[in-house]
Design a protein around this ligand. Structure first.
Ligand code: HPA
Ligand code: ZN
Length: 356
């Protein structure tokens, strides 16, 4: 269908129209930890509702603690924040708040990470987590037209046996999630530590993704692909330390779910102006833009697009189109659905060319 469609005249879209276009264009969000969308206001509301004591006196004091030096310094605060999540209704409220914001940012489809071990190790039933999140996804589809699916992440600082136990518990709710991922502290916990549990997940027909190459070396990206056989790499930005790997990712169209604001907050890059997103696109990688943990890193997906494009003048309307198109290509949905979103993308870009 799109082979016949006339080309978009990207050069006819002035830079002044870019912010509105970036916000309005349909896009998929593929790297979002639902616990990372827990805003300080909701932390305080849930703490009151559940009678949980917090170490910070106010929302402002909590926000002031969000000064991170690396991934681990963030994870310590992120896991502490999640301690207010206890009941199914808490997980519903959390996901609902994210989905409302995502829909306002032009997200038509979200594949949402959740970390069950963060909750089950505190005695929260797996069912409360999965059913609360899933209910919000279903209701948001009905109310906002956004499609949303869940990806269960294993915490890589824990053992593979614990991942197996988590998987077995979650399989009771198999119909509520589409895949598994791997997150938490990367350095010292290479993907191959989880070879057997990922093999089991693949055999069960689950999609498989993994964080790799955020702080870890290019070798972690390679073993995520070759040992875990993942379909996407989360982050992956350190691939450019290895030209051969970068070429491989381009050749094989392995999607990278890049999170620019996260990378700057966690000191993976010194500033947005020094981010390698333009290089990844120029080298033909299927890179996408995502928010990772928006409550902690200063913005949801539209902010990630707007701030990144503002800092990097090499990024214009052509790259905006490419990133949205890549997000559809990289998503786990049928080809007909991807084509329908591409057609919507074309309508939005055609209106921008015409001056809308
Ligand atoms: N990296 C690893 N683990 C995480 C992240 C991240 O960016 N966010 C939440 N858990
Ligand atoms: Zn992440």
């Amino acid at each position: 269908m799109n082979d016949q469609a006339p080309p978009i005249d990207f050069d006819a879209i002035p830079r002044s129209r870019l912010p509105a276009l970036l916000r309005a264009m349909p896009k998929a969000e593929l790297h979002l930890h639902i616990e990372g969308s827990l805003e300080p206001e909701l932390i305080f509301r849930l703490a009151r509702r559940n009678g949980v004591a917090l170490p910070h006196a106010s929302v402002e004091a909590l926000r002031a603690a969000y000064a991170f030096t690396d991934l681990q310094s963030f994870l310590d605060i992120y896991y502490a924040g999640a301690s207010v999540l206890l009941k199914e209704a808490d997980f519903f409220d959390l996901a609902w708040a994210y989905l409302e914001r995502a829909a306002a940012d032009g997200v038509v489809h979200a594949e949402i990470f959740f970390d069950p071990q963060t909750h089950t190790m505190r005695g929260v039933p797996m069912e409360a987590v999965v059913v609360g999140l899933s209910h919000a996804c279903r209701r948001a589809h009905a109310e906002f037209g956004i499609s949303a699916q869940l990806i269960l992440c294993f915490l890589r600082h824990l053992s593979e046996d614990e991942a197996f136990a988590t998987l077995e518990q979650a399989l009771v709710h198999r119909h509520h999630f589409i895949g598994v991922g791997l997150d938490s502290s990367e350095r010292g916990h290479p993907p191959e530590k989880f070879a057997r549990v990922f093999a089991r997940c693949r055999a069960l027909g689950l999609h498989v993704v993994a964080h790799a190459g955020e702080e870890g070396p290019p070798a972690y990206i390679e073993t995520a692909l070759d040992v875990l056989k993942v379909e996407r790499i989360d982050h992956g930005v350190r691939c450019t330390d290895s030209p051969a790997l970068t070429q491989r990712l381009a050749r094989e169209r392995v999607p990278l779910t890049v999170c620019p604001l996260s990378n700057v907050r966690l000191c993976v890059f010194p500033s947005l102006a020094q981010h390698n997103l333009p290089q990844l696109l120029a080298e033909g990688l299927c890179a996408t833009v995502n928010s990772d943990d928006p409550a902690y890193f200063g913005g949801y997906i539209a902010d990630n697009f707007l701030k990144t494009f503002e800092a990097l003048p090499q990024l214009g309307a052509r790259e905006a189109w490419q990133l949205a198109q890549n997000s559809f290509e990289a998503s786990f949905v049928p080809a007909a659905q991807k084509a329908a979103w591409t057609a919507r993308l074309r309508d939005v870009f055609s209106a921008a060319v015409a001056g809308g």
